[in-house]
Every structure is written in structure tokens, then in C-alpha cells.
Design a protein around this ligand. Sequence first.
Ligand SMILES: CCCCCCCCCCCCCCCCCCCCCCCCC/C=C/C(=O)SCCNC(=O)CCNC(=O)[C@H](O)C(C)(C)COP(=O)(O)OP(=O)(O)OC[C@H]1O[C@@H](n2cnc3c(N)ncnc32)[C@H](O)[C@@H]1OP(=O)(O)O
Ligand SMILES: Cc1cc2nc3c(=O)[nH]c(=O)nc-3n(C[C@H](O)[C@H](O)[C@H](O)COP(=O)(O)OP(=O)(O)OC[C@H]3O[C@@H](n4cnc5c(N)ncnc54)[C@H](O)[C@@H]3O)c2cc1C
Length: 643
Amino acid sequence: MKVAWAGSREAFQVSDRMAKLVANDPVFEKFSKPMLGRKELFKNTLRKAAYAWKLINDLRLTEEEAKWLRHYIDEPNYTDLHWEMFVPAIEGQGTKEQKKKWLPLAQTMQIIGTYAQTELGHGSNVQGLETTATFDRQTDEFVMHSPTLTSSKWWPGGMAKVATHAIVYARLIIDGLFHGVHGFIVQLRSLEDHSPLPGLTLGDIGMKFGHGTYNTMDNGVLRFDHVRIPRNQMLMRVSQVTKEGKYAQSDVPRQLLYGTMVSVRQTIVADASKALSRAVCIATRYSVVRRQFGSRNGGPETQVIDYKTQQSRLFPLLASAYAFRFVGEWLKSLYIDVKQRLEANDFSTLPETHACTAGLKALTTAATADGIEECRKLCGGHGYLISSGLPELFAFYVPACSYEGENVVMMLQVARFLVKTVSNLGYKQPVGTAAYLGRVTPLLQNNCAVQTAEDWLNPDAILEAFEARAARMVIGCGERLAMFENPEEGFAELSIDLVEASLAHCQLITVSVFIQKLNHEIPGNGVKRSLEVLCYVYALFLLHKHQGDFLATGYLTPKQASLANEQLRTLYSKVRPNAIAFVDSFNHMDHYLCSVLGRYDGNVYPKLYEAAWKDPLNDSDIVDGIQQYVQPILKQKLHYAKL
Ligand SMILES: CCCCCCCCCCCCCCCCCCCCCCCCC/C=C/C(=O)SCCNC(=O)CCNC(=O)[C@H](O)C(C)(C)COP(=O)(O)OP(=O)(O)OC[C@H]1O[C@@H](n2cnc3c(N)ncnc32)[C@H](O)[C@@H]1OP(=O)(O)O
Ligand SMILES: Cc1cc2nc3c(=O)[nH]c(=O)nc-3n(C[C@H](O)[C@H](O)[C@H](O)COP(=O)(O)OP(=O)(O)OC[C@H]3O[C@@H](n4cnc5c(N)ncnc54)[C@H](O)[C@@H]3O)c2cc1C
């Protein structure tokens, strides 16, 4: 199962080696992070990043190993933006000459970059950005300027204190004419003494949700006061500006300007299963240790994992972790394919890839954020302790629902893709993840054939149910949209239904990828049979949760919906004996989990007790403030009530 989770034996070995490297190195200790003040926390992260970079070079780690190392160090930091956004932006949007100049500097970290797109006034609406880049023909330069307060760049990670360079997205203006938003490479700080360059105002945007997690990152604010950069620092693969000030667009589509976001959204989907599996591992192990009620004749109480209600909240999350792992793997291969095509100027699969990355990013991050919180509740009161590992994990994870495309905004992008696909049905056969929309007639006409609870244990029945639900919702939206004279007005009016249809489409993708995975790639029959159980749990849990859709579209009868739920209950009993094996297969070490409740050895209570005594308040019996503020109250004999 560990191999199935990792993807291959080699992948397992690499990640396992890196997990141990990090866990055994005291520099990467992280239990005390929540106790540190902001400055100490930040400095500590800088120290870890420098040490990690040295390790990567000294040990000559491969790119894959370096990524796992970063993963297990488990600390958001400036190198994330550098490697995941700055470098890919140059790779995807730079010309050959620009790549030749900038990539070697970035890849050796002689410069450190960030991705400065979002502004105080605009994040989702990229076309609404206000920062300007005005071409000056006399000097062959662009003048970067922040004309309003709301045009201040706001959020870029690593920008406040570390980055020396940024890809800045700004409106291009030539001779007073606006040519849309483009990316520019801008130096922010001196490479000698790290001070901000003249004309720039740079700072940190302030503390974020949680304590020891995202505050390790210096998210920044940046303002330009007529800062000049050479013309050749505009990323010019998509459009070019000549020294005469002529604007030209190559045959590369404009959408490529958004290419870096496609790349990171893919990474975010691949990472969702890491965060969800971590929370599920903690909640599952603790649910086996924790006992409440049900003691007979002085015997032990019931393990809380044996309560059906606990199972019905926990096991769908366990199954979702596996589903997200597999869909992340699948999306990665789709992305690798599109990347190769883009390099060869083949843009045919970009719209579908954009829809998949946007939609799956929204689906997996929303479910993971909610899932982590559910795991906290599954651990009862102890889940609220920092030492459970869950509050910090939640605080670290929730911004994923907003960054890299706010989730609802992303689902609306999927809706645009689906509406376009449906409106082209007469003359263009849909392919890939939308291929089912090419079979609308049977999907609209045939209804579910399930007659018994066992009939639901059939991948074809499951797949058809999800296809029919998505097709009916998408086609329904298409028909209602056609009634509007103005399609944009119709889209806005129907946007709630469109988001629901997009979710149905994305759930269909995750379910069908899980089924495909079982059909082709699982080593060993025992592993395959166990994963089949999880696959059914995932699909039937979604069916139960969204049964309103399945019923409203007329594909299922209430009886068939209740048979699905009956089967789901039976499946929980099949998951139970393997629950611990399923979570052990994630191969999360105690260091990575950073949780007293999720310990591998199950030694929860003594360690929980021990952890409490490490709190700084327990350094002494009488702490600072007691003499000054509590003792006087005790001694004054004042009273509030008018007696
Ligand atoms: C201490 C430890 C140290 C360890 C040290 C180790 C050292 C070294 C280690 C080495 C290895 C390191 C590895 C690091 C691993 C890190 C792992 C971390 C990963 C996660 C990183 C997360 C970081 C998060 C940071 C966050 C960043 C950001 O948020 S950046 C900003 C993101 N912003 C957005 O997403 C904005 C959202 N808005 C939009 O995308 C768009 O504006 C819009 C799509 C919503 C609307 O666009 P527009 O106005 O143009 O409107 P249209 O709807 O009309 O669209 C036009 C057409 O374009 C199509 N389209 C839109 N988007 C895309 C697209 N992206 N791609 C392709 N096409 C697109 C759209 O469909 C329309 O098409 P049609 O015209 O309809 O055909
Ligand atoms: C931790 C973190 C790190 C970040 N790092 C970076 C970074 O490195 N670089 C960078 O450039 N940016 C970064 N960002 C910014 C991030 O990309 C934006 O916050 C994100 O894209 C969301 O945009 P917004 O804040 O404008 O949200 P808004 O769009 O203002 O969202 C507010 C609400 O409006 C709704 N809404 C918006 N538009 C529509 C619409 N068309 N239809 C219906 N509803 C709509 C949304 O659903 C949401 O409910 C980061 C953000 C965070 C939280």
C-alpha cells in the first residue's frame, strides 16, 4: 500500500529517505515554533532555508529529492515562490535570450525571485491590476509606477524582506495606449547590501492567521515611484515591444501569461492529499487510542473509532485523501504533457488543462481545509491543543482556498469551459475529461438501473451516475443560459448553478481517475481489493452528500439513493480493520506529523502530559504578572454588586 500511495517503489524510497534525513537533523526541529515571536520565527526559517540549500548542494540532491526535503521541512518560506513561481514564469513566458540570461542566475540562487501579481485592490481580477509600465522610447526603458494606494502590490511571498527580484504584473502603456497586463522582471534590492533600490517602498503586510505556520513567510507590500527598468526585462514570449515602441503579439496565445498559475495550481492539487492524509492519520490513530462509554463489567470502554458516527465522518476523509493523491498524480501527468506541447507551440490542450487545474484546485483545497477541521473535531477537546498538530495544520492550509485563484472564481472558470463545450456540441466532439458530454443522449435518457445495495459495488454503475448527474446539470445550465439575450448577464444570473455543475464535473473527474487507477496500476490483489473499498466509500459518500443533485436531475430514485447509503454503512465496516494500515501507508513520520495525538506508537496520554509541561507558563509556579495584577485583587476586598 505504501508503494501504491507513493506511486512507485522508487518514489517511496526517495520520499522515505528525505523524511528520515529531515527527522534526524536537529536543525529541522519544529515543535517549539508556535512559542516563538515573529522575528525569531522568521530568522529561524531563514536559517533552515540556508542550511537546506547547503544540504541540497553538498549532498547533490536531485530535483525530486530537494522537493521532498522542502516538503518534510514543512515551513512556508521565500524559496517556495522562487522555485514554484519566479523560475516557472521565466521558463514559460521568457524568450530564449531572457531564459539564457535569467535562469542560470535564478537556478543557482544568485538572485531570489518572487511573483508580484496581486494588489491591495485587485487579486482575482488580473485584468483590473493598476500598476503601470510605461514605455519611454528616449531611454529604451519601462517606467514602473504605482498610481494609487490600491495599486500597491500586496501578498507576494518572500517579497517583504528577502527577494532581490520579482516578476511584476503591470499594465503596459505605449504612447498613452493600454496594451493589457504583462509580466516584467524587476530588481527590488541591492545584491550588495540587500537594501531596497531607490523608488521602491517595501515592507511586510503583517501577521496572518495561526501563529507558527504562515508567519514564517514574509508576504510583502511594494510600491513603485517611477522606477526604470530596461526594455528587455518585459517577458516577451507572448508579446513584444520594439525599441521604436511598436507592440507586436506573437502567435502564442495571450493565456500563456497565466501559465505560471496553471503550473502552481497543479502542484497545489498534488499537495492537497499530503495535508489531508496528515490530518486523517492523526485523527485515525487517536480514534483507536481514545475510548469513551460502553464499558461492561469493568472492562475497557469502546474505542471511539468503533462508533458508526465517527466512521461516517472519518472514513470518507481517509478515502478522499487517497482520491486526491491519485487525481493529483493524474493531473501532474496531464500538466507534463501540456508543458511539452506549449514548448513546441501546441496550445490545443491548454483550455482543458486550465479547467482541470482550476477546478481540481478548488475541489481539493476546499475539501482538505474542511477535512482538517473535521479531523480536529474528531479528536474532541484534545484536537484543539497545538500539540495535537491540527490547529497549526489548519492555519497553514486554509489560505489554499484563496491563493492561486479564489475557489469560487476558479469554479466559474470551469463553468466557462463547460458552457463553451456544450455550445460547440453540434460540430465539435468533446474530448478528454469532457468526452462524456458527447454522449448526452443516453446520459439524459437512461436512468439508474440499481436494484439492491450490492448493485452499487460496480464501477460502471458509479461512473454512469456521476456522468449523468454532471451532464444533466451542465446541459440544464446551457439550456437556461440560451434563454438570455446577453450571455454575460445570463452567466452572472446563473452563476450559483454553474458553480454547482462545475463541482459535479470535477467530482466526476476524481471518481473516474480513482476507478481508472484501480483498473490499471495497483500492485497486488490484496492492496487492490482494499483500495476498491475506499474507492466505493469515496464515490458513495459524495453521492450521499449530494443526493439532492442526483434526485433533482431525475437520474436516481429516493430508493436507489437510500440503497447507496445502506451500502456505504456496510463499507465502513470493511474499512475499520484496515484503518490503521491505511494511514500507516502514508508513511508520515512523527516528526512530520508533529502531533502527540497521532504518534505512531500510540503512547498518547503520557506524551500529552509531558508536552503540557513544556509550555513556557509552566517554567515556574508563580509567573510574571501574578504579583502585580492578581495579588492586589485578592487583597483589596472590592466588590461589584451593590449590596
Ligand atoms: C525553510 C525550508 C526551506 C527549504 C528550502 C529548500 C530550498 C530549495 C528547494 C528546491 C525545491 C523547491 C520546491 C518548492 C516546493 C514548494 C511547494 C509549495 C507549492 C505551493 C506554493 C503555493 C504558494 C502560494 C503562493 C500564492 C501565490 C499566488 O496566489 S499568485 C496570484 C494568483 N492569482 C490568481 O490566481 C488570480 C486568479 N485570477 C485569474 O486567474 C484570472 O484573472 C481569471 C482567470 C479569473 C480571469 O481572467 P480574465 O479576466 O482574463 O478573464 P477570462 O475569464 O475572460 O479569461 C480569458 C480567457 O483566458 C482563459 N484562461 C484564464 N486563465 C487561464 C489560465 N491560467 N490558463 C489558460 N487559460 C486561461 C479563460 O478560460 C478564457 O478563455 P476563453 O477566452 O474563454 O477561451
Ligand atoms: C497566504 C497567501 C499567499 C499569497 N501569495 C501571493 C503571491 O505570492 N503573489 C501574489 O501575487 N498573490 C499572492 N496571494 C494573493 C492571492 O492570489 C489572492 O488573494 C487570490 O487570488 C484571491 O484574490 P482576492 O484576494 O482579490 O479575492 P477576491 O477576489 O477579492 O475575493 C473576495 C470574494 O469575492 C468573490 N468573488 C471575486 N470575484 C468574483 C466573481 N467574478 N464572481 C463571483 N464571486 C467573486 C470571491 O469568491 C470571494 O468570496 C496570496 C494570498 C494568500 C492568502
